[in-house]
Design a protein around this ligand. Structure first.
Ligand SMILES: *Cc1c(COP(=O)(O)O)cnc(C)c1O
Length: 235
């Protein structure tokens, strides 16, 4: 079995090379694409190996697992990203350790984040999750709700909307993924000129291991990559 830290470092280098290629193909700067390394399949040691390989943006889909790795790694240079569904009773603890919440999927959750952030210092940094595949099992605002939601969100002083997040349909088909990512890019372009003051839509979080190249070609500024970082490892 390959030594885990060196295998992980090799995988990180391979993913970064593919990010550079995708950016070059679409005439974008790879500097505008942040690799969020998703550690949900990995233990604390593998997460530590990612940090040693230079990855300081780490993502978890479950709040409790994020809290756990945050506390055990205890490294203030790490920027934690929550990428999965957040229940309102977990907001306070999550805000205390999270750099960016990608998965704000309702106004109720946004209001709860705003209330909690009031007591915790800096405004909460969030993305709005948009259901771009139209699958009913997926969380998120529907694309035609977003403009109205932004008006309400602009009135929440302790919440900073920084962009949009979307997930392609689960079948791994790149043509479908491209179409869905392009629809989010165009939604962002439509909304950006009409955003209420205080709302920014600079960030687009799209793309996972199977489709991050396509996501970057369609404007992703954050890609959330998990399994590709752990290839070739046992377990
Ligand atoms: C698990 C997960 C990812 C990473 O998935 P991989 O296919 O392993 O890269 C990205 N985004 C979300 C929301 C996830 O839950």
């Amino acid at each position: 079995m390959p030594n885990a830290p060196s295998q992980i470092a090799d995988n990180v280098a391979a993913v970064r090379a593919r990010i550079d290629e995708a950016a070059a193909r679409s005439g974008r700067s790879a500097d505008r694409v942040t690799l969020v390394c998703v550690t949900k399949y990995a233990g604390v040691e593998a997460a530590q190996a990612l940090v040693e390989a230079g990855c300081l943006d780490l993502g978890e889909s479950r709040p409790q697992e994020l809290w756990h790795k945050h506390d055990v790694l205890a490294n203030s240079a790490i920027r934690w990203h929550l990428i999965g569904h957040l229940q309102r009773n977990k907001v306070a603890r999550t805000l205390a350790c999270t750099h960016l919440i990608h998965s704000v999927d309702s106004l109720r959750l946004a209001r709860s984040i705003d209330e909690n952030a009031r007591n915790q210092g800096p405004p909460a940094r969030v993305l709005l999750e948009v259901n771009i595949s139209g699958e009913s099992a997926k969380h998120g605002f529907s694309p035609d709700e977003i403009e109205q939601a932004l008006v309400e969100l602009a009135n929440l002083p302790h919440l900073r909307v920084l962009g949009l997040m979307g997930m392609a349909s689960g079948d791994g088909d790149l043509t479908t993924a491209r179409r869905e990512f392009a629809s989010l890019r165009m939604l962002r372009e439509q909304l950006v000129g009409r955003c209420p003051p205080g709302v920014l839509l600079d960030e687009l979080s799209t793309g996972m291991s199977l489709d991050f190249g396509v996501a970057i070609e369609e404007g992703a500024t954050l890609v959330r990559v998990g399994s590709a970082l752990f290839e070739g490892l046992e377990g």
